[in-house]
Write a protein that binds this ligand. Structure first.
Ligand SMILES: [Zn+2]
Length: 412
């Protein structure tokens, strides 16, 4: 029989987001101080838990892996998809809650009812329990900040990864509640589906998770509605009103940090200046660079005091590039001037829209990615009127979602 010594540190509550790293920590590739001891204990625990054969680690046959999802039944046919499992049940269930609360960010993607045309939201989720049919090789990722999606070894379809992870009690790290250190396992189903046996699936009550998400000791087994083995997904989606009643009403624009009620966010998204640039990670850098241009141009416009025709719906005309003059370009400019006597104009004046509703709200992306302001940076601004506010100024703190996008969290 395998007896494992479990360190009391494993029940420790952490109230700091492990992604909240300063430049020195980033440079060193380290975890933040708060997590170092706990993570190191966890790694030692893995080394005892896993099987070691010829200097390689294996997850043992019989190990249970938990997977939380909004989907039922699970689609394992998806190619190139990394699937996340919890080695403990807790992280998988809190992921379901995170997914439910995340719907507030994706209002545009919410599916409409075929009957009423109303947008419908998930209020429940499914917990899948798998058992390993054989020993499978695994790599230990020793830092909690490391996301397997960005880690070379884990992106290899033949490799599984085991690593410490936090749970979010909401759509972002919840400093108020904190987290324990959990364990996540990632693998590619296309490689390992035959090594896994689905032994149970459960319907999980999102409302119960919401009511208890602030209780760190909450026993998540209490959120199980029942074992679920129906052939199809239960038809239990709710409309916006009902979703708000259960889960509050603070929505976020899919493309920027605009916040408000479902209706105001949906209305805002139609004319959001950031919409045409998309919300994918790949576009994020471009968005930031264009935002800088936007600021530059705004300044220019202020100085000239001359207002051109306003190009509504577009913050900047991104078909016109903003140049930084290189040596070669300077040379070309000079040749052009010598030949024609005119100045070579490479850029046209960019028109800036005047319809950003939230002029007072600073960009969280700009603060975080460009100004490199640390998480926790406080600013004060008045939220948009549509929020039900009345020009009243609140204090906000800079936070980062699990997917890396920064936002302002209201404090007081
Ligand atoms: Zn927006």
């Amino acid at each position: 029989m395998l007896i494992l010594f479990i360190n009391s540190n494993m029940d420790k509550i952490y109230k700091k987001d492990p992604m909240d790293r300063d430049l020195v920590t980033i440079f060193k590739g380290d975890d933040i101080e708060e997590f170092k001891e706990g993570v190191s204990d966890m790694i030692k625990y893995y080394k005892r838990l896993l099987l070691k054969k010829d200097d390689k680690y294996y997850l043992r046959k019989g190990t249970l892996l938990y997977h939380g999802s909004e989907n039922y039944p699970l689609n394992f046919a998806k190619k190139n998809m990394m699937t996340f499992f919890g080695l403990d049940m807790e992280i998988a269930v809190w992921y379901i809650y995170e997914m439910i609360m995340n719907q507030k960010h994706y209002t545009a993607r919410i599916i409409k009812s075929k009957i009423t045309g109303e947008k419908l939201f998930e209020r429940n989720g499914y917990l899948y329990v798998f058992k390993l049919k054989e020993d499978i090789p695994t790599e230990i990722i020793e830092k909690i900040y490391q996301n397997p999606k960005d880690t070379k070894v884990c992106k290899n379809k033949k490799v599984t990864c085991i690593h410490p992870q936090v749970s979010y009690r909401g759509d972002s790290f919840n400093e108020e509640v904190g987290t324990k250190i959990h364990t996540e396992v990632t693998l590619f189903m296309e490689t390992y589906k035959d090594s896994l046996e689905l032994i149970r699936s459960y319907l999980i009550d999102g409302e119960k998770l919401h009511k208890n998400h602030k209780d760190i000791e909450y026993d998540i087994r209490d959120s199980i509605v029942r074992e679920y083995s129906d052939p199809t997904k239960i038809d239990d989606k709710v409309n916006c009103e009902e979703f708000n009643r259960i889960f509050s009403d603070n929505y976020v624009c899919e493309y920027c940090d605009f916040r408000g009620s479902f209706d105001s966010v949906l209305e805002h998204e139609k004319t959001c200046s950031f919409r045409s640039r998309g919300s994918s990670k790949k576009n994020k850098h471009n968005n930031i660079m264009k935002f800088l241009d936007f600021l530059k141009d705004k300044k220019k416009r202020k100085n000239t005091k001359k207002r051109g025709k306003i190009n509504r719906g577009k913050a900047i005309d991104h078909t016109k590039r903003q140049y930084i003059t290189t040596g070669r370009e300077a040379k070309r400019e000079l040749i052009f001037k010598n030949r024609t006597g005119r100045k070579l104009r490479k850029t046209k004046n960019v028109k800036v829209s005047g319809n950003r509703k939230d002029k007072t709200r600073p960009s969280a992306s700009y603060y975080y990615n460009i100004l490199k302001k640390p998480i926790g940076t406080k600013v004060r601004y008045a939220p948009h009127e549509g929020l039900g506010g009345s020009g009243k100024i609140y204090t906000y703190t800079l936070q980062v979602r699990k997917n890396g996008s920064p936002f302002w969290k209201k404090m007081y």
